[in-house]
Design a protein around this ligand. Structure first.
Ligand SMILES: Cc1ncc(C[n+]2csc(CCOP(=O)(O)OP(=O)(O)O)c2C)c(N)n1
Ligand code: SF4
Ligand SMILES: [Mg+2]
Length: 363
């Protein structure tokens, strides 16, 4: 006899007033998160850097998922810094996987739970099953195993926490490192003054276009309610879902540790990381149109990894951002179009955006 597989349906959070700071009854500032769940499956006590974007993402994703959750984590900062011997921040079951096998390991977990529930060997309900893989894993070394899991439509949520580098091994370039982003493998110099020459891999669009039956979305740590709701939508989907989350790495990007959330908003407001959702039923994309449109310099100037950029590199970056604005159906304001001209940035470079000497990656 086969038993029925009962699945959770997690309610969505209210998005109203998410930009308003509120105090709860205890006087703690919950900042635009009025519904923040008290439960913390990713508790304090890990060893990530101060201001670590991936750690913030882990905390919010697991708050959204709740206690009936099992988590996998391929090798990367969020494995190493969270699994010190005899110490763990997780209050839910967690397992490490090799960097290449986040997708296959997680699909095995999903298939195993389904089989055990059907055979009456696990009482259910079907738990929330998710994996959070770095960009080196999800966009590069382990992309095949995640694509396979999405294609086979295992009932789990596959998340890429994207800090745009191989952080754990010393800030090397990954496929999502942006154009001109300095890493230890893309230093700038006379031969290659921009540092990184290639544009980033469009991971989320690859996943949506390549697996049209899956729920796919992008988000950033700048929009906590959006991140938590997309986590819940991905888990509620019966079948595979993929979430690509922008998560700043203060060590690799060289910025003030308090600016992680601000960067998560500015990258969207400067057109460099479009936030969207792909609906597999309608087969359509829903794009978020931010209320503010900024020049890319508002974003670049906050980070030491871009401190070497010359006017022509900034102009190239603005060209990419402007094409993104057009792709998501927004007008490109005149000032942003003017930013496609390197001569405009020479003045900004001389007068407004002279940054302190770059201290180097990891300093
Ligand atoms: C097959 C394989 N190649 C290389 C490594 C070495 N390695 C361990 S962690 C890591 C960086 C992973 O980068 P990412 O997935 O982006 O996670 P992050 O460290 O940035 O959090 C690498 C290359 C490995 N563990 N396995
Ligand atoms: S190096 Fe970057 S990703 Fe790794 S723990 Fe530090 S801030 Fe987080
Ligand atoms: Mg990474």
């Amino acid at each position: 006899m086969a038993y029925e597989v009962i699945r959770h349906q997690l309610p969505l959070f209210d998005e109203e007033g998410r930009s308003a700071a509120t105090d709860d009854e205890h006087g703690r500032d919950l900042h635009y998160l009025p519904d923040l769940p008290e439960e913390d499956p990713y508790a304090a006590g890990h060893r990530t850097c101060a201001g670590c974007g991936p750690a913030i993402q882990y905390r919010w994703v697991l708050k959204a998922a709740g206690q009936d959750t099992v988590v996998a984590g391929p090798t990367g900062c969020m494995y190493v810094a969270n699994s010190t011997y005899l110490c763990t921040p997780y209050t839910v079951p967690w397992a490490h996987t090799p960097i290449a096998s986040g997708g296959s390991f997680t699909s095995g977990m999903a298939a195993g739970y389904e089989a055990m529930i059907r055979k009456g060997r696990y009482p259910g309900p079907y738990p929330n099953i998710l994996v959070m893989a770095g960009d080196g894993s999800a966009a590069d070394i382990g992309i095949g195993s995640i694509s396979g899991a999405l294609y086979r439509n295992h009932d789990a949520l596959f998340i890429c926490y994207d800090n745009e580098c191989y952080a754990n091994t010393g800030i090397q370039t990954s496929p999502t490192t942006p154009y001109a982003g300095m890493t230890t493998f893309t230093p700038f110099g006379k031969a290659i003054p921009e540092g990184k020459k290639l544009p980033p891999k469009n991971l989320a669009k690859m996943m949506a276009e390549g697996h049209p039956h899956c729920y796919v979305a992008t988000t950033t740590v700048g929009y906590p309610v959006d991140l938590m709701n997309k986590t819940r939508k991905g888990l509620n989907q019966v079948g595979a879902a993929f979430l690509h989350c922008y998560t700043p790495c203060q060590k690799g990007w060289v910025y003030q540790t308090s600016m992680t959330i601000e960067l998560g908003r500015r990258v969207v407001e400067s057109g460099l990381f479009p936030v969207w959702e792909y609906d597999p039923q309608e087969r359509t994309y829903h794009y978020f149109h931010p209320p503010v449109q900024r020049p890319v310099t508002d974003y670049l100037a906050m980070q030491g990894r871009f401190g070497h950029m010359l006017p022509e590199h900034v102009a190239t970056m603005q060209v990419g951002a402007n094409r993104n604005w057009e792709a998501i159906g927004m007008d490109v304001p005149k000032t942003l179009r003017e930013g496609e001209d390197p001569a405009r940035h020479q003045r900004l470079h001389d007068e407004e955006y002279s940054m302190p000497l770059n201290r180097g990656v990891g300093a």
